[in-house]
Design a protein around this ligand. Structure first.
Ligand code: PGA
Length: 257
């Protein structure tokens, strides 16, 4: 029996970059290079929140994702918040939840993340849920148990139907922005472990896209893309350069041919 083909994704997480002027130039350049292509790979960009409105109106061959979402619902007197319903209303249908920078720097604990997941699903957003261990956790042999716990946190608040709207991004914290990438073997091993978890707990494990993140670059993308359970990349630094980002898209598009 042939394996179902999983959707490949390359998602650029711009974080708190670049300036508005540079963001418009970068976006225009990426869109121009994607024009008239029929990539097997889906492309998305997660810009800083204030740029979402402009980019979603201009987006043609790529999707626009939010980098985070509020735990509050709907519209109302919530100064400074961006709710899942507001994103839905703007046709921003994808959101990153649980990035390690949110967990470490902004106090997104499990309860907060679960509230955000519930809000996102209530607004029918697709969630890119980030998991990953610290260096200390990896060195003490806890990498897998940490990631499985993070998957359990997700599972607790999802219905069986919700799983079809989840993308998992495995991002070892020690590889983010450091130039150190997990070896393709280590990354594949963790992805296979995640897939096994999904097989046990969902009925769509073979269809779910598992992305790798952490210093993905043009130079390592082909090797990562060749791994059986790596279905794309969540790209930080290298997504701020159109040439590098396109090279990563090429690597994942070809891996699906
Ligand atoms: P990086 O970031 O590619 O700059 O390591 C990845 C991420 O944080 O999503």
């Amino acid at each position: 029996m042939s394996q179902p083909v999983r959707q490949q994704w390359v998602i650029g997480n711009w974080k708190l970059n670049p300036s508005f002027i540079d963001a418009k130039k970068l976006f225009t350049s990426i869109q121009a290079q994607l024009a008239d292509r029929t990539d097997a790979c889906q492309v998305a960009i997660a810009p800083p929140a204030p740029y979402l409105g402009l980019l979603v109106e201009q987006a043609e061959q790529l999707a626009i994702a939010a980098q985070d979402v509020s735990f509050v619902s709907g519209f109302g007197a919530f100064t400074g918040e961006v709710s899942a319903h507001l994103l839905q209303n703007m046709a921003v249908n994808l959101v990153i939840i649980g990035h390690s920078e949110r967990r470490e720097l902004f106090g997104d604990d499990v309860k907060m993340l679960q509230s955000k997941i519930l809000q996102a699903r209530a607004a029918n957003l697709k969630i890119i849920y980030c998991v990953g261990e610290s260096l200390a956790q990896r060195e003490s042999g806890q990498a897998e148990s940490v990631v499985m716990q993070q998957l359990d946190d997700l599972k607790q608040v999802l219905s069986a139907e919700d799983w079809a709207h989840i993308i998992i991004a495995y991002e070892p914290i020690w590889a983010i922005g450091t130039g150190k990438t997990a070896s393709p073997e280590d990354a594949q091993h963790m992805h296979a472990t995640i897939r096994q978890y999904l097989t046990q707990h969902t009925d769509c494990a073979e269809q779910l896209s598992l992305l790798y993140g952490g210093s993905v670059k043009a130079e390592n993308a082909v090797q990562l893309a060749a791994c059986k359970d790596i279905d794309g990349a969540l790209v930080g630094g290298a997504s701020l350069d159109a040439t590098s980002f396109m090279a990563i898209i090429n690597a994942f598009s070809q891996s699906n041919d």
